[in-house]
Design a protein around this ligand. Structure first.
Ligand SMILES: [Zn+2]
Length: 445
């Protein structure tokens, strides 16, 4: 790791944050800690200036260049990593997390849809969107690909709150005109409303738009066709939806689209499968479907805590990899059971174990940082700690007297350390910086 020329006492300057501690990020997907893509500084210096990373280098090298590492804030009992990225999360479902007792379609009806209906009230939506973004920050998540609700005003509120916080965020109004309660359906096809939202928000500040059909069975053929036309009309916007999550949804999809050869074929027919497409789940897919997703450059967002919670199934990571499909990772709150990407990676490890795959902790952490950034074309901007990148940074620190603190004292390698943070560190985020500004700081203890 390189970069930046040192200045005396950088932490004292306005708009500057200077930290010292172990630093870990990735420049490529690692297989293990010896991989070339692992950028690890056991004692590093990270300096953020005016929203960007100015310096990321070893403390010794910094001193040789005339800098004073002792003038930086001492976080040598912590681990400094890139801001985490959540590739699939539902803003309006934040408060129905951990709702008991049902599988996907029933869970949506009982819990998710009532919470989404409440977003018809713009004041409620704005307040919830602000709380949602604060909640992400408190869990070290600095960027996300977010589903809103069917309501355009609520989607405006989400973008507006993200802009105020300078968060790099992709989001979209849900398209849904034939599923769920009548009051939660688009009255028309929702396409003109979506186009207006794209014009208003896509490319503004750090924001991007994702055309968001809820899932195939929630949309008429005309609505799906309209979504495809939006992708043609606005290159650069994303396609974000669900795919092959739960067996009962698969059966409903086959009934609704009897002419389609398979589930991916439904989305292909309307021009929705490409390199800008992110499909949550993708658990129950044939070899042909996975191969076509891989050839198209599409991404599957692995949502392990949600899949375990709803009993949806186990994504076979090795099979996804063999098919050449990009893999991202996501909480899928509210069906996901934690906002923490670290806890989500721990659940991902467990799911992999059940499909006879060992998900290396560094590969997992890469996926939640640079991997998810790449899925959104944001590499070079976020997902990595390197000079010139946007300064989205997270500090992980064990609570004193915690199981994690005890476990870390025994850690014998970088892999061991990171694995302990994943398995035990759901509350280990002690600082979050967005564009170089502190947005979360844990109380002491
Ligand atoms: Zn979802």
């Amino acid at each position: 790791m390189t970069g930046g020329s040192p200045s005396a006492n950088p932490g004292a300057a306005p708009g500057v944050v200077a930290l010292r501690g172990p630093v870990l990020s990735f420049s490529a997907r690692p297989a293990d800690e010896r991989s070339a893509g692992v950028d690890h500084l056991p004692d590093g210096v990270v300096i953020m200036r005016d929203g960007r990373l100015e310096t990321v280098m070893a403390a010794d090298a910094y001193r040789r260049q005339g800098g004073d590492p002792d003038a930086c804030e001492d976080l040598r009992d912590s681990l400094i990593v890139p801001g985490l990225i959540d590739l699939h999360i539902h803003c309006p479902q934040m408060d129905v997390i951990a709702s008991y007792g049902s599988q996907l379609l029933d869970w949506l009806e009982r819990y998710a849809y009532p919470a989404e209906l409440a977003f018809a009230d713009p004041e409620h939506a704005r307040s919830q969107c602000g709380r949602f973004l604060d909640r992400l920050a408190a869990h070290g998540t600095t960027s996300a690909l977010v589903l809103g609700t069917v309501h355009a005003a609520a989607t405006d509120a989400l973008f507006d709150e993200a802009a105020r916080r300078r968060v790099r965020l992709a989001a979209g109004k849900v398209l849904m005109n034939r599923h769920g309660p009548r009051a939660l359906r688009d009255r028309t096809d929702g396409i003109d409303e979506t186009a207006a939202l794209i014009e208003r928000w896509h490319g503004r500040d750090r924001l991007a738009y994702a055309v968001t059909p809820r899932f195939a069975i929630a949309c008429s053929e005309d609505q799906l066709r309209g979504a495809g036309k939006l992708l043609e009309r606005y290159p650069g916007v994303y396609l974000h939806t669900h795919l092959a999550e739960h067996p009962e949804e698969l059966a409903a999809t086959a009934r609704t689209f009897p002419d389609a050869a398979d589930y991916v074929g439904v989305y292909e027919r309307f021009g929705l499968v490409g390199p800008q497409s992110v499909f949550a789940h993708g658990i129950h897919l044939s070899d042909s479907e996975l191969g076509r997703l891989g050839a198209a450059g599409a991404t599957i967002a692995f949502c392990p805590s949600s899949n375990l919670f709803l009993g949806s199934g186990l994504l076979d990571l090795a099979r996804v990899d063999r098919a050449g499909v990009n893999l991202g990772v996501a909480t899928d709150v509210g069906a996901g059971t934690s906002f923490s990407m670290l806890s989500t990676l721990a659940d991902g490890y467990r799911v992999a174990q059940l499909t006879s795959t060992s998900w290396h902790p560094l590969t997992a952490l890469y996926t939640a940082t640079l991997g998810n950034a790449r899925a959104l074309g944001w590499d070079g901007r976020v997902g990595r700690l390197a000079p010139g990148h946007e300064a989205d940074v997270v500090v992980l620190s064990p609570h004193p007297d915690s199981v994690l603190a005890d476990r870390l004292r025994l850690a014998s390698s970088l892999t061991d350390t990171v694995f302990a943070y994943l398995m035990l560190g759901g509350d280990a985020v002690s600082r979050t910086y967005v564009a170089g500004r502190p947005v979360y700081r844990r109380e002491a203890g």
